[in-house]
Design a binder for this molecule. Structure first.
Ligand SMILES: [Zn+2]
Length: 219
């Protein structure tokens, strides 16, 4: 059985970490929209040129282009037995398109990593990034990069007021998406406020649960 997964969750929920971990453990590629956009922008395809033009202009890539890029990525050989999508879908239009893309494949498992906003604010406000190498650190790791010794700084978009605004926008935009998936048998909300190890165990348990009863509906 294929392992087709989409991970949802706000900034700071640890979605990227969980997606990477899951991809490694289950031997399926983690497909993050950040990575595929960067990759697509370098390709001489119609979508690639559209992405490059949008990024050059500092804009957001349209649903149509995003869907086209994900569609091209999901038919590559390494994704035929499964994948972990990280950052897609982000809108209901993208989710509907994903259902169409996956129509002949096993049901999509949707894992929504949820964390209370006060905890997200705390995590993001504590986050520091190395000014030299770009490595990101969590709480209380001093003022020097553990990797290269560079000075750690706070990213301007991790300041509290900006974080609260980002989370508000996320909550507003993600609610219709979560509603779109919530009624499905293969949807699970995962409590992301716990340690990464505990969250990972919940993620694995949810997947095992879905895969042990594959005969039920695929809606
Ligand atoms: Zn560094």
């Amino acid at each position: 059985m294929q392992l087709n997964i989409a991970m949802l969750g706000p900034p700071g929920a640890g979605k990227g970490t969980q997606a990477s971990q899951l991809g490694e453990v289950r031997h399926v590629p983690r497909i993050s929209t950040g990575d595929i956009l960067r990759e697509a922008a370098q390709l001489e395809t119609e979508f690639g040129r559209a992405v490059q033009a949008t990024m050059d202009a500092g804009g957001l890539v349209s649903d149509e282009v995003m869907i086209g890029i994900v569609r091209e990525r999901l038919v590559r050989e390494d994704a035929l037995e499964g994948f972990v999508l990280d950052g897609f879908p982000r809108t209901v239009a993208q989710a509907e398109a994903l259902d169409t893309i996956l129509v002949d494949r096993d049901p999509l498992i949707v894992l929504d990593i949820s964390v209370p906003s006060d905890e997200l604010v705390r995590r993001l406000a504590a986050r520091r990034v190395c000014g030299e190498c770009g490595e990101i650190f969590g709480d209380d790791l001093g003022t020097e990069c553990g990797k290269c010794g560079g000075a750690l700084v706070q990213r301007s978009d991790d300041r509290e007021a900006i974080v609260r605004e980002r989370l508000k926008v996320y909550a507003r935009d993600s609610e219709p998406l979560t509603s779109y998936y919530r009624g499905r048998r293969t949807f699970a909300e995962i409590d992301g406020s716990r340690t990464p190890d505990v969250v990972e165990r919940s993620v694995q348990e949810a997947i095992d649960r879905f895969q042990s009863s594959p005969e039920q509906d695929r809606s």
